[in-house]
Design a protein around this ligand. Sequence first.
Ligand code: NAP
Length: 339
Amino acid sequence: MSTSMRVMELVRFGDADTAFAARDLPKPTPGPGQVLVRVEATSVNPLDLQTRRGDYRDQVALPAVIGNDVSGVVVETGPGADDFQSGDEVWYLAPAFAGPGAYAEFHVVDQALVARKPARLSHVEAAGLGVVGVTAWEALVERAAVRAGERVLVHGGAGGVGSAAIQVAGALGVEVVTTARSKDHEFVTGLGADHAIDFSTGDYVPQVRALGGVDVVLDTVGGDTLTRSPEVLTDRGRVVSIVDIPEPQNLLAAWGVNATYHFLFASPGRAKFEALGRLVDQGKLRPVIGAVLPLADVAQAHTLLEAGSVGEGRRRPRGKIAIAVQSLDEPPHRTTSSS
Ligand SMILES: NC(=O)c1ccc[n+]([C@@H]2O[C@H](COP(=O)([O-])OP(=O)(O)OC[C@H]3O[C@@H](n4cnc5c(N)ncnc54)[C@H](OP(=O)(O)O)[C@@H]3O)[C@@H](O)[C@H]2O)c1
């Protein structure tokens, strides 16, 4: 058995085409309570782009293996890691900025972060649902504590987090309002959104107010979109932003509303994956995969994620851009939805 593994290492901050290099590194060994996972698939997220550009250079020492979404197979267990055995199919988040990530053939992780992959998802599909699903779950369930019958505004409904959040919100029995370009309205209503508002042609605020406001705002955009939240909130509303850095006291004082504000940086954890897995099993949550590329083409995957969804030139496909690491268990460059 080989003692090395192929990785696509981040060797330089900056443009995608010069940032990564294929390297062979020693295959890691699981320590106490850890499992060694053969990574079957991962996916690219905006955090990967930000890390590659150098936004987190104080937390990432080069060369580094980045990437957070993992779907794979347990191939070895460390001492005391009794929750899993070789052959188990698993999915999880590799913790951000805490050791090697997922752009690799193998990955070592604490078993406490790992859950069994839902059987109805391929590895590529599972890898496209981790970061976005966990973020949506943490925002709506753990922070906003949404209750059935409430109305929730999900910004960026056609994006990765937004499309997961629409589905999670729907499963929780809430009315979902979302912002998306009109070309994406059929897509977001297909995911379960009750109302779609085109953010690119008008002001979302009066349109949400005309619906009677919302109990919860999930902000995936930041800036003005976030700071105008009080204009659409009902009394005792909750705002969760996954984009803007929090200064909750200042923000709430400025808003002068009876509301709570949360900033969220999604974190790994088995329970969240198990909760998402139950929704998948119930047919209430499905991944949206826009393209699948091999690990060697990770730079191309970054370029694709960076491309706009409208305008001239190359367009980004709607849905997650997944990376098939071991085997192409889906055809490469597959586009499952048009934009
Ligand atoms: N804190 C955390 O834990 C966490 C976790 C995941 C993601 N994030 C962050 O959250 C953001 C979204 O992530 P993602 O993976 O969902 O990204 P994404 O797939 O790029 O989705 C962003 C969506 O927002 C839409 N959008 C752009 N401008 C908008 C506006 N003014 N109003 C409403 N929607 C707008 C985009 O539409 P077009 O493509 O048509 O322009 C796109 O559909 C990123 O900044 C990411 O870094 C944070």
